[in-house]
Ligand binder design. Structure first.
Ligand code: SF4
Length: 713
């Protein structure tokens, strides 16, 4: 048996795995005892990865060879790589010549490896000359990125997993860590066992499994996080729990924020958030008095039309109380996807450039153009995820290339997304799975390799870069994502009369070395790393500049921040309510979230039978009094409706919800309910109802909350 080191391909904890194989077939998987993210532990999803890679399952769900169709009323037929990529290059060259480079767009994924991300970003911005490339990370971490940049000056989570053991207080906000980041939650449980003085506060609209175990649970109303954080800061000011010396020496902008938070009295905040005043006061005291307060947060903060403000308000609280830059303290965003961090590092989004550079900065554009060997990088901002699909729907973007993601299930307001996919002149889907809801829209299907078949690097939530190694040969005619982009780019270069290629890559390492060079002198400098070092010494945290002997577990310990004057910035933020407000016609708040045993749209976890033993089918959860008032019983079918659409779900009673609140898991789409005998219109999933309202800074949509009415079907 061969053992190969890789990482789990699900969440941003980034657990190390050892793949057991015979070189052709995956036989088993175990946690990597040497990986510092998990020390050998795996959750239910990671420990069943091998079951998702069995040949029988692969045959049913994998895309194994290129397919094309000549027109929308034809079925796709098998093609070959050379003619498929040649035809694509011809269409791109023709469309760009006729309508300009912004007539094409790319929608990529936080599940790509860093090397894949890098090549697609260079293809769009460097070769084609469009910034119309965005990622499903826009739906995941873009508010965390904007929050960090506005306050601390760089997109760099300042803490590390070791801080879970060093904290005196862990404040979990908008994260069901026990389900979404299970191995980190196991670490919190172990830390509490070893240190009974460690306190945990959870703030969430639902009494999740994470909330049940908390010392203090604040069951806030959806979207009221900024009021909560400003209220805690108000109390810390009142009770002299802020660090005036730290504020004076290392920050700016506190005076304005101080004025703003005067209005966030305990009475106002308790009423706004729907919590008891004494609980708010206790939370502020525990946070401010603790020697080390660590906040963990995820989509509850990010997936919101005020997501950046929520992130900034929490970081304000950390700065004012000096709960940052020291062991066990800091605002620590938990990354949703396995490599959203790597994507951010290479600038694989519409407003970013390689090495944490900004598209809006002319010097940054010039640096990247020089690195890539192109005349310039276009200045015009690209379309972000929701805007990108709207531009396709409006006919502005004509060719759309979707890579390793499933927008026909995961994007909000599905009606418009599906309309956009139908209107595009050409939809290319590059995927490992032919079973996703997006594949039927593909005019061209490009079969890609996936976990256990590909090599490269990923970065997890704590800025730790791990090597990922292929254990088995690619099945069928599948190719690696970076290699598909490279082969296409070389063909397009010929159509565009480029004298030489700027894609001189034969291996993922060739790509990574160019990426490494792009980080030189930047906050994430990794010029001291190599594939060899990562293989021999294991995963490493950035920054790791040339000459360094180890990475940096914790940032800003010296109180110097990567801003123009070295000071962190307080952002003066006010509470804004959710966009879809409850009214007489839509009296229920609907929140969305993850389950313990499923991942995203279930293209992989949906192939593993035992992962359905936790929750077997899609449903809506309601509070018992709400069900009683509507004469609903467990298992009844209900119409869940708002202005965007109506879906049918099975209803069940839950003590996690307070009256007026409901919850639907985000994993199910039509693919996984069509076999239940309710007809093809039974459900396209909760995103038929969710809101495309955008945060003004991060452009992240408010996927977490909408208002609905619920009627018995
Ligand atoms: Fe995979 Fe996340 Fe589970 Fe670790 S915690 S095994 S990375 S899903």
């Amino acid at each position: 048996m061969i053992e190969t080191k890789a990482t789990c391909c699900y969440c941003g904890v980034g657990c190390g795995v050892v793949i057991q194989s015979d070189g052709q077939q995956v036989l088993g998987v175990r946690g990597d005892p040497d990986h510092p993210a998990n020390f050998g532990r795996l959750c239910s999803k990671g420990s069943t990865l091998h079951l998702s890679a069995q040949p029988g399952i692969q045959k049913q769900v994998r895309a194994l060879y290129p397919e094309m169709r000549s027109s929308r009323d034809q079925a796709r037929v098998r093609s070959d790589w050379d003619s498929t990529l040649g035809s694509m290059a011809h269409r791109f060259a023709e469309t760009i010549a006729k309508h300009g480079p912004d007539s094409v767009g790319f929608y990529i994924s936080g599940q790509l490896l860093t090397e894949d991300y890098y090549v697609f970003n260079k293809l769009a911005k460097g070769l084609i000359g469009t910034n119309n490339i965005d990622s499903n990370s826009r739906l995941c971490m873009s508010s965390a990125v904007a929050g960090y940049k506005q306050t601390l000056g760089a997109d760099a989570p300042p803490s590390c997993y070791e801080d879970l053991e060093l904290a005196e207080l862990i404040f979990i906000v908008g994260s069901n860590t026990a389900y979404a980041h299970p191995i980190l939650y196991r670490r919190i449980e172990a830390a509490r066992k070893n240190n009974p003085a460690l306190k945990v506060i959870v703030a969430d609209p639902r009494r999740t499994d994470t909330a049940r175990e908390a010392d203090l649970f604040l069951q806030i109303l959806p979207g009221t996080d900024v009021a909560l954080f400003n209220g805690m800061l108000h109390l810390c000011l009142w009770e002299d729990l802020i660090d005036l010396d730290y504020i004076a020496a290392h920050t700016e902008g506190f005076a304005d924020l101080k004025q703003t938070v005067r209005a966030y009295t305990p009475a106002f905040v308790a009423q706004t958030c729907g919590i008891r005043e004494e609980d708010l006061i206790l939370a502020a005291r525990l946070f401010g008095q603790s020697k080390a307060s660590l906040s963990l947060y995820c989509q509850g903060l990010n997936q919101s039309a005020s997501g950046t403000a929520k992130n900034a308000a929490l970081i304000n609280l950390h700065l004012a109380t000096h709960q940052i830059g020291k062991p066990g303290a800091g605002p620590f965003s938990l990354t949703g996807q396995p490599n959203a961090m790597g994507g951010r590092e290479v600038g694989g989004m519409a407003n970013l450039l390689s090495g944490h550079r900004d598209l809006a900065n002319p010097r940054h554009r010039a640096e990247v153009a020089a690195l890539w060997g192109v005349a310039d990088v276009p200045e015009k901002p690209g379309k972000t995820a929701v805007e990108l699909f709207e531009a396709v729907r409006q006919g502005e973007i004509k060719l759309l290339w979707i890579v390793c993601t499933n927008p026909a299930q995961s994007m909000p307001e599905q009606n418009l997304i599906r309309e956009a996919l139908n209107k595009a002149e050409l939809v290319i889907v590059q995927e490992a799975y032919r079973s996703t809801a997006t594949v039927p829209y593909a005019d061209i299907l490009l079969p890609a390799t996936t976990w256990a078949e590909k090599s490269g690097t990923v970065t997890n939530s704590e800025r730790r870069i791990s090597r990922v190694n292929a254990a088995i040969a690619p099945p069928g005619e599948t190719r690696h994502d970076w290699a598909i982009a490279t082969a296409f780019a070389r063909k397009l270069e010929k159509f565009l009369d480029k004298p030489w290629t700027i894609f001189p890559y034969d291996t993922p390492e060739d790509v990574w070395l160019e990426h490494r060079e792009s980080t030189r002198g930047r906050d994430l400098d990794i010029t001291g790393l190599s594939y060899q070092l990562l293989d021999s010494q294991g995963p490493q945290q950035w920054p790791f500049p040339a000459g360094a002997t180890h990475g940096q577990p914790r940032l800003y310990e010296d109180g110097i921040f990567p801003t123009a004057n070295g000071r962190a910035r307080f952002v003066n933020v006010d509470y804004q309510p959710v966009v879809d407000k409850i009214d007489a016609r839509h009296p229920f708040a609907l929140t969305t979230g993850r389950l313990r045993d499923q991942w995203h749209g279930m293209s992989r976890t949906g192939t593993v039978a035992q992962l359905f033993s936790h929750v077997a089918e899609p449903g809506i959860e309601m509070a018992a009094p709400d069900m009683a008032r509507r004469f609903l019983k467990n298992g009844d079918l209900v119409h869940v409706t708002n202005k965007r659409g109506s879906q049918i779900f099975t209803v069940s009673e839950s003590d996690e919800m307070r009256p007026g609140q409901t919850f639907i898991a985000m994993h199910w789409g039509e693919e996984y309910v069509s076999g239940r005998g309710h007809g093809s219109n039974f459900s396209v999933g909760v995103n038929a109802l969710t809101s495309p309202a955008l945060d003004p800074s991060s452009k992240q949509p408010e996927l977490k909350h909408t208002a609905v009415k619920i009627l018995k079907a």
